[in-house]
Design a protein around this ligand. Sequence first.
Ligand SMILES: O[C@H]1[C@H](O)[C@@H](O)[C@H](O)[C@@H](O)[C@H]1O
Ligand SMILES: [Fe+2]
Ligand SMILES: [Fe+2]
Length: 303
Amino acid sequence: MIAVENQAPVSENAIPKDASDGFVVPESNAFGQSFRDYEATVRLSIVENTYRLNHINQTYDFVKRTREEYAKLNKAEMSIWEAIELLDSFVDESDPDLEEPQIQHLLQSAEAIRKDYPNEEWMHLTALIHDLGKVLYHSKFGSLPQWAVVGDTHPVGCAFDESIVYHKVFLKTLVNYYFKENPDYNNPAYNTKLGVYSEGCGLENVLLSWGHDDYMYMVAKANGTTLPSAALFTIRYHSFYPLHTEGAYQYLMNEEDRENLKWVQTFNKYDLYSKSSVHIDVEKVKPYYESLIKKYFPEKLRW
Ligand SMILES: O[C@H]1[C@H](O)[C@@H](O)[C@H](O)[C@@H](O)[C@H]1O
Ligand SMILES: [Fe+2]
Ligand SMILES: [Fe+2]
């Protein structure tokens, strides 16, 4: 067990129970397509447009300013469940696999991980809140455009890696690079492999494109959650596919990041493959999740 002051312990051997009623990874998504197929998804035009704007507008400067603004946590005061309910009609425009309101995705991923890890309640709660930062789109939180809320994340302040979604876009015989329209692309301070960073500097010191991950991490931490650091790391980096799935940018990690990375990778299965059009009855599962929220969070949080 790893126990950190004020944080719930994490058992190193959070082993999935091997039972026949565990979570089964489906062969295809709700549209009958393979998961994360950005070239074939039925949502192609909306998804690609979100990433086009994301790649053009997420500059080092934008991320720095926006992060500072949201770190003030002066936008709202509400409970975790109130925030969850704000997502009951929000549909993520970056997602090639899902067109359901985000409240469903939160519950679907939490219920999926709960099937395999019935005794790790911190994992259930982590899944439940991992995308809660998407409230950034809401008028109470400044109505940020989707390109600044959803989608995979990548470092800013150094060169954009080829493994980033829509790094290259094919237009018949032409190849297009949306990043070329990002002012950082031609800035020598930001367009080298290391840019403003140094080898092994630790992800804590790296700015990622701004969105729901980092925001929810800040909210959870500043409001004194007792969730373990593995949970906070998972929330903060679950959209960093270039690192956790593609293996890019590894040179920015330190020892602690490498330790924590395995938790994001474990979590990813339930985040991605639980996406389905089968609705979960919110009222039915609410009492269980409310009891978890009570254990790990204050009644009201500053957002
Ligand atoms: O489209 C999805 C969605 O926005 C998720 O919330 C994010 O975590 C993923 O990385 C992204 O691919
Ligand atoms: Fe997410
Ligand atoms: Fe998610």
